[in-house]
Design a protein around this ligand. Structure first.
Ligand code: B1M
Length: 208
């Protein structure tokens, strides 16, 4: 457990080198990569609580996010499960107004590792950009991430834009992010909700 406490400290301190070192040590010791990742995600939840309590401010939160991303990169080869052929193309992005990308990047990483070809549109992605990418890449799946309650409605805008363009039947829509729920996915007409990156992959496989 101490190593996970150290990981929490390193993320809170925004220290990418220490995070990488701890992740590396964990893997060499035989720790499960998923458990190391879960410790990092737990640390980001604490960052969120501190942010809400105005105990941590944006520059510090950004440093924690960078530290988390450094650890994620290191774990990448240990988390990806190994794809068995091309499962189709996933267009993914964090919706318009939303700059949070750690969860989205995690989903992208595991999807690539599972045999999906992924087109990452990045953050702050407008509905039109999702639509254009679906057309250009003949995507079979659209993945949207939202971390803010204020940006969640953009997901519905994308679903509606796909309908209006006559593309809704050709593409499955998967949504996720901390404030998103199964009920919300259903309400906006998405095909599925992924609670975490692992379940997003399982669901994506079942959809295509
Ligand atoms: Co912001 N932020 N943030 N933030 N931030 C939250 C989300 C917040 C909950 C913090 C808080 O107050 N407790 C709060 C939102 C409140 C709300 O709307 N209910 C918040 C706020 C308010 C804000 C700002 C408005 C702050 C401000 O400016 N005053 C601002 C908004 C900027 C914007 O987007 N326009 C802001 C900014 C930032 C930073 C830029 C500083 C930074 C982001 C850096 C980055 O992403 N590169 C940041 C961070 C780091 C956070 C917290 C602390 C951590 C988020 C994170 O990366 N978690 C966050 C608190 C929290 O979430 N506990 C917070 C780890 C990540 C792995 O989890 O993204 O949930 P998550 O992904 C999960 C699942 O949700 C799922 O898989 C992952 C796990 O496997 N998942 C999917 C995610 N996407 C999916 C897609 C799928 C399927 C599953 O299918 C396609």
């Amino acid at each position: 457990m101490t190593q996970f406490a150290n990981m929490t400290e390193a993320i809170l301190a925004g220290d990418p080198d220490r995070v990488k070192q701890l992740a590396e040590e964990g893997i060499s010791r035989g720790d499960d990569a998923g458990a190391v990742m879960a410790a990092m995600i737990g640390a980001m939840d604490i960052v969120g609580e501190k942010m809400e309590a105005e105990d941590m401010f944006i520059p510090e939160v950004l440093m924690s996010a960078k530290a988390m991303s450094a650890g994620t990169e290191l774990l990448k080869p240990h988390l990806a499960e190994g794809g068995d052929g091309n499962k189709g193309t996933l267009v993914i992005g964090s919706v318009h107004g939303d700059l949070h990308d750690i969860g989205k990047n995690l989903v992208k990483m595991l999807m690539e590792g599972s045999g999906f070809s992924v087109v990452d549109l990045g953050t702050n992605v407008a509905p039109d950009a999702f639509l254009a990418a679906v057309k250009e890449h003949s995507a079979s799946l659209v993945g949207m991430s939202a971390l803010l309650t204020t940006t969640m409605p953009v997901m519905k805008e994308v679903v509606d834009a796909l309908k209006n363009a006559g593309l809704r039947d050709q593409v499955k829509v998967l949504v996720g992010g901390a404030p998103v729920t199964d009920a919300y996915a259903e309400q906006i007409g998405a095909d599925a909700y992924g609670a975490d990156a692992g379940s997003a992959v399982r669901i994506a496989k079942s959809l295509v």
